[in-house]
Write a protein that binds this ligand. Structure first.
Ligand code: FAD
Ligand code: NAD
Ligand code: NAD
Length: 519
């Protein structure tokens, strides 16, 4: 995770002034309380301690462990065959280094239970983590919150970082008890991992987005030797169909299939019933699919339960709590991570469900919480990345929405004629296509193609075809997103381009830093 570029700062006033006068030094008062022991809270905690080294911070989370990285749960954790490593929640990263999913930094985090919390007479400098506790109510006027056991705590500043709740589908209700699960936490990972250890299991994954696609590849890979069969069902034309342009989504699907996954695109589940120990899914086409277990990965809802009760303003359109560019919802109340609809000064209002956004947003919220007159806007553009099998890895910044017009640039020439491609593009796309196609004789980057390309011209046996590339996402002629395909370490270059007007004449200079034609 890259460092946040520090803004020029005014002389700061420590935020301890935020405490209600009566509460300071009182029992059950904490200058900083962070709700949700996830990624965003972890980053906020570190930022607060950097600015205010003697800060007393209480993190409250309702899982059994402290902040950890979720990304390896659908990737690296499945590519390791040593049980002991997995049991310790460790994994090997892409460089082969052993890591642990539990987040560690400079700060010592002291885990406490409710009993220990009750014994604290006065909050002292340091970070305390209360696990297995849910914050049930937040009283913004009183600057207090209530835990699920009724205990009331007072705060100076509070962060809401409650993440997201996986959605499910009503049509799956007919399956037997425990046969359909969502996948978000380390507990969910442990259950699925132990299930897939037994031979011949049939796993169905519903959903073709980030989680469904990563998990399908990962579980299929892990279960190969045990004859575990993975079927993936979703309504789009291909994997990542809401994110990638159509031709790339189809290519991705072909690669997911190569990993042994039976992919059923354009499919919806019509009904579900328990058949013995198994679940029978009937698709709208009439096809029946049997499963020992079904994992639903059909997106999340921002977890705004607490915020709603507290009367915070919600984003009806995107979900999440509405905050300004400084990640502030109300005086002394901040939000970060998945549950936050923030004003992005470059791209407009957004809610982002990715790890780096939780880290970077958490940091900015923490910095603003720790100083009364910093007022730092969250301007640094977060990135995200994913791996899907051995041939696909990508990094991205900005808005990636397959409904937007896109321009793609690839190292190798796709085996499709310009006429075919142009025939399938949108009006705007066609213009971009012809502009880019004009340059097709230059160097090895033989031409840029506007998308979408028609499905039938994508010849999947050509593994080199979508080897290394760049996809620009355009909105109102502006570049609002960049997808760097098998092209790592270019995120900062992408950030520089984000928000710029797309000009077909300047495309060559624009993509130069990405080294597309250097292969
Ligand atoms: P979370 O990490 O969800 O933390 C919120 C915490 O708050 C949870 O522990 C929750 O139980 C707790 N909580 C909620 N309400 C309360 C309450 N009232 N009281 C107490 N505690 C509460 N992103 C990427 O960019 N790249 C990836 O490769 C990637 N892979 C992923 C893989 C998986 C399997 C999953 C599930 C997600 C993945 N993500 C990935 C998304 C990323 O993990 C999230 O964007 C990130 O975790 C968001 O952080 P957060 O702090 O907002 O929320
Ligand atoms: P890290 O130390 O920040 O995080 C460790 C783990 O957390 C990662 O292995 C991943 O599981 C997860 N993670 C962290 N940030 C993430 C994000 N933004 N999106 C998804 N998951 C995230 O990160 P790291 O170990 O330095 O590795 C992450 C970087 O390495 C990414 O930029 C990634 O694209 C890159 N990478 C490069 C290659 C390559 O071949 N050059 C291959 C895979 C990954
Ligand atoms: P998502 O929003 O990425 O995908 C939602 C998917 O749900 C759609 O692609 C669609 O296929 C499916 N869907 C919707 N309605 C459906 C229906 N009726 N029947 C079948 N399928 C249906 O969400 P996700 O994939 O569930 O991921 C969960 C969360 O985890 C998200 O916040 C995601 O960003 C995050 N995540 C991120 C990464 C990454 O950045 N690499 C990896 C894993 C998870």
């Amino acid at each position: 995770v890259e460092e946040v570029v520090e803004e020029e700062e005014e002389k700061e006033t420590p935020a301890a002034a935020a405490a209600p006068v009566a509460a300071k030094h009182e029992k059950d008062y904490y200058p900083y309380i962070l709700i949700g022991a996830g990624t965003a809270s972890f980053a906020a905690m570190e930022a607060i301690r950097e600015k205010d080294p003697s800060a007393a911070i209480l993190i409250i989370g309702n899982e059994d462990i402290g902040p950890y990285m979720r990304p390896p749960l659908s990737k690296e954790m499945w590519f390791n065959k040593e049980d002991e490593t997995t049991k310790n929640l460790a994994f090997k990263d892409w460089q082969g280094k052993e890591r642990n999913i539990v987040l560690h930094g400079k700060e010592t985090i002291q885990s406490i239970d409710q009993e220990a919390l009750n014994k604290i007479e006065s909050a002292e400098s340091g970070v305390k983590l209360l696990t297995g506790a849910t914050v049930e109510d937040l009283n913004i006027t009183e600057q207090s919150l209530t835990l699920n056991n009724g205990k009331v705590l007072k705060y100076g500043k509070v962060l809401l970082a409650t993440g997201g709740i996986p959605k499910t589908l009503p049509v799956l209700k007919g399956a037997g008890e425990g046969k359909v699960t969502t996948f978000r936490s380390v507990e969910d990972f442990k259950k699925l991992h132990s299930l897939v250890k037994s031979a011949d299991k049939k796993i169905v994954i519903v959903g073709g987005g980030f989680l469904g696609s990563e998990l399908a590849v990962a579980v299929s890979h892990y279960g190969k030797e045990k004859n575990v069969k993975v079927t993936q069902i979703f309504p789009e034309d291909g994997n990542m169909g809401l994110v990638f342009p159509s031709y790339l989504s189809k290519w991705t699907t072909s690669q997911v299939e190569q990993e042994g996954v039976s992919v059923k695109p354009n499919s919806r589940i019509a009904s579900t019933k328990a058949v013995g120990e198994q679940v029978e899914l009937t698709l709208e086409s009439g096809e029946k699919v049997l499963a020992d277990h079904v994992v639903v990965a059909v997106g999340i809802e921002a977890n705004v339960e607490l915020a709603k009760k507290a009367g915070l303003e919600l984003d009806e359109h995107r979900g999440g709590v509405l905050v300004n560019a400084e990640l502030q919802a109300r005086r002394n109340v901040y939000c970060a991570g998945d549950m936050t609809s923030f004003h992005d000064v470059t791209l407009g209002r957004r809610r982002v469900e990715h790890y780096d956004n939780a880290i970077l947003g958490g940091r900015v919220a923490g910095q603003n919480m720790a100083s009364d007159n910093l007022h730092k806007p969250y301007k640094h553009q977060s990135m995200f990345w994913s791996d899907l099998g051995p041939h696909i890895g990508y990094e991205a910044v900005g808005i990636l929405d397959s409904k937007l017009s896109t321009v793609s640039i690839w190292t190798k020439k796709p085996t499709v004629s310009a006429a075919d491609a142009a025939a399938a593009t949108t009006e705007e796309g066609t213009k971009e296509e012809s502009a880019a196609a004009d340059k097709k004789d230059e160097g090895k980057r033989e031409r840029a193609t506007a998308t979408p390309l028609p499905a039938d011209v994508v010849k999947v046996e050509d593994k080199e075809k979508y080897n290394k590339g760049l996809v620009l996402y355009l909105k109102d002629k502006k570049i609002v997103g960049l997808l760097m395909w098998n092209n790592f370490g270019k995120v900062d270059d992408a950030r520089k381009i984000l928000g710029q007007v797309y000009d077909t004449e300047k495309v060559e200079a624009l993509v130069k830093p990405f080294g597309i034609h250097e292969e």
